[in-house]
Design a protein around this ligand. Structure first.
Ligand code: ZN
Length: 244
């Protein structure tokens, strides 16, 4: 079974379409979206509709999805502004869909969530040692898949220390270790923040026991232009070209 794990589309339809086209060529059996379909970008409704059209797709709630159907008080002012705008762009059906999303999914010995497995609605980033340790300690899954940081990463725990693979290049294949527990971050489709503007996702092969990191070129200039034309904060347009 080959599972495409992706996250943080953030209303970027150009990046989402490029990801869908790339994944279609890679014999994907199932799709797992780890949340933040909306926020920052100019095409929230089109992204919700498109991502829901994928075959065998499941979804997890992200903090931006949560914000458009709940409270956005903990967000920065410019992000909150986009959330308010996004609410007005979404159909009643899409709002209902976002409201229905859950914070976890289990599949075999894997657990999927947007931010972290122990305080999912507090949206802690699994990026520093303390949150990584807590993620291992307070979950039982052998393999944990997260998004939220917008930075792809693989972490393998060996006895009492962790081995990190940061910014894995396109095509990197990491064995899903039989003996060790692991955390994989798939990066972001619509707003990568690791200095590489290409959309980022991963493919988990549960038979071959491997995780492949994938990057996909997309038209970020078009996505940036739409953000400016919609009157949304410039910063969210500017960052796409640099992938930061
Ligand atoms: Zn995000």
């Amino acid at each position: 079974m080959r599972l495409a794990v992706f996250s943080d589309i953030h209303g970027n339809l150009e990046a989402l379409e490029a990801f869908c086209a790339d994944a279609e060529t890679r014999r994907i059996d199932r799709y797992m979206c780890l949340g933040d379909i909306v926020g920052y970008g100019a095409d929230p409704e089109a992204c919700v509709v498109r991502v829901r059209s994928l075959p065998n797709v499941e979804f997890i709630l992200g903090n931006h999805d949560h914000a458009v159907v709940g409270a956005a008080s903990s967000m920065r002012r410019d992000a909150r502004r986009v959330i308010e705008w996004t609410k007005r762009q979404l159909s009643a059906e899409s709002l209902y869909f976002l409201q229905s999303l859950d914070v976890f999914r289990n599949w075999g010995d894997a657990l999927f969530c947007h931010a972290n497995p122990y305080r999912p609605l507090e949206w802690y980033y699994v990026a520093d040692k303390s949150h990584i340790s807590r993620s291992f300690a307070r979950s039982r899954a052998k393999i944990l898949f997260v998004g939220h940081t917008h930075v792809a990463m693989a972490i393998t725990r060996r006895n009492f220390f962790c081995v990190y693979l940061r910014h894995p290049p396109d095509g990197t294949i990491v064995p899903a270790a039989e003996l060790n527990r692991q955390i994989f971050n798939c990066g972001s489709i619509g707003q990568p923040r690791d200095g590489d503007p290409r959309a980022s996702y991963l493919i988990y092969d549960s038979i071959k026991k491997s995780v492949e990191f994938v990057r996909v070129v997309y038209d970020h200039a078009a996505a940036s232009r739409k953000i400016r034309e919609a009157g949304l904060p410039e910063v969210f347009a500017d960052r796409l070209a640099a992938g930061v």
